[in-house]
Design a binder for this molecule. Structure first.
Ligand code: PLP
Length: 357
């Protein structure tokens, strides 16, 4: 297999894919695939409940929180969060650190007042605004931020302090290290980076917040409905949920999130370390706000972009092209991307720079 640096859908652990393949036609001797099971069957309910419990174990999620497995991706959460947590006359605080927070802000404006309490637009989104500069509202319904901007490769190295419930789009950094969930009102994360395949979105919501939604919120978009029905109000994305469960088991077998933190820190330090020292590649993000998961970089001259991508592809280093809106390169090095992939990428980058520098 090649090394896959895609931002999402992203690399999955090989062990997980192998196990899924071995269970594909005949799950545990039942004579059918998980894909073909009723979501109400004992077998599937056990798969779903085990996945939830393993996620709770990994992140230390208490019973004060509901854990939901929903469809619609993180993009649907941009709407569900304001629909459920604020009324028309309420204000919600948002921090703008790049393209994903901007999308969340745009969507929230359809449902209530939005106060952009801080923005790093002035630095072209290469920084996180320090919290002491934020203009928070007195009575915000919640404070929303994007701990890791997948496109810009910008990450908070702190959890904001907030009187209002803290809401986080953790799509591209969840499970990359331990997290104190008790600091949050609501966390959401599209699966297709560190959780599993596309098609499921995990929401972790403090139970008292389930009561906030007004009657006008459509049934399928109400957190409370999903919480009361174990995320099975309708047919859930059964196969994606099952694969997420396999990933959670794999994470536990790796030593949990503390082990992932050590590995991910090492991978990121190596790659940024090489980029900074190279004189040929560069990354614009201020050092303490650099993402551990998404590493954007540009080459000394744009004319090298095409040959770089072509040669990388031929060398089995896939999906290094930066987001279409920013160009350049981006190496996403999520949990399932092994350290050997980062080593191989650095070796390739060195060789390429030598030949073109
Ligand atoms: N938020 C962040 C931080 C993302 O990286 C993405 C997708 O890459 C999204 C939201 C949108 O997720 P989805 O495509 O699941 O709607």
């Amino acid at each position: 297999r090649a090394y896959n640096f895609c931002a999402g859908p992203a690399a999955l652990p090989e062990d997980v894919l192998r196990q899924a393949a071995s269970e594909m036609l005949d799950y545990h001797g039942r004579g059918l695939s998980v894909m073909e099971m009723s979501h109400r069957s004992d077998d599937y309910v056990a798969i779903a409940e085990t996945a939830e419990q393993d996620l709770r174990d990994l992140l230390g999620i208490s019973d004060d929180y509901a854990v939901l497995f929903l469809q619609g991706g993180a993009s649907q959460q941009f709407a569900m969060v304001p629909m459920n947590l604020m009324g028309r006359d309420d204000v919600a605080d948002y921090i703008n650190t790049g393209q994903w927070s901007a999308k969340a802000i745009k969507e929230a404006k359809q449902f209530g007042k939005v106060n952009v309490a801080a923005s790093s637009e002035a630095t072209n989104f290469t920084t996180v605004p320090p919290q002491d500069t934020w203009q928070l509202s007195d009575n915000a319904a919640y404070l929303h931020y994007t701990p890791n901007e997948t496109i810009g490769g910008v990450e908070y190295d702190f959890i904001p302090e907030s009187r209002a419930p803290l809401v986080a789009d953790l799509s591209s950094t969840i499970l990359s290290r331990p997290l104190d969930v008790s600091k949050f009102g609501l966390i959401y994360a599209g699966a297709q980076k560190n959780i599993g395949p596309a098609g499921v979105c995990v929401v972790i919501v403090r139970k008292d917040l389930l009561e906030r939604a007004g009657d006008q919120v459509p049934t399928m978009l109400r957190y409370k409905v999903h919480a009361e029905n174990g995320s099975m109000y309708n047919t859930p994305p059964t196969y994606a949920w099952y694969l997420a469960g396999l990933v959670f088991k794999w994470l536990k077998a790796q030593g949990g999130l503390t082990a992932m933190e050590q590995l991910n820190r090492r991978k990121a330090e190596k790659l940024y370390g090489y980029i900074d020292a190279s004189g040929f590649y560069s990354n614009p993000v201020e050092k303490h706000s650099r993402s551990w998961m998404n590493v954007p970089f540009v080459l000394a001259d744009e004319q090298f972009d095409k040959p770089f991508l072509k040669e990388a592809d031929a060398a089995g280093l896939l999906n290094l092209k930066g987001h279409r809106s920013v160009g350049g390169m981006r190496a996403s090095i999520y949990n399932a991307v092994p350290e050997a992939a980062v080593d191989a990428l650095i070796d390739f980058m060195k060789d390429f720079a030598q030949r073109h520098g």
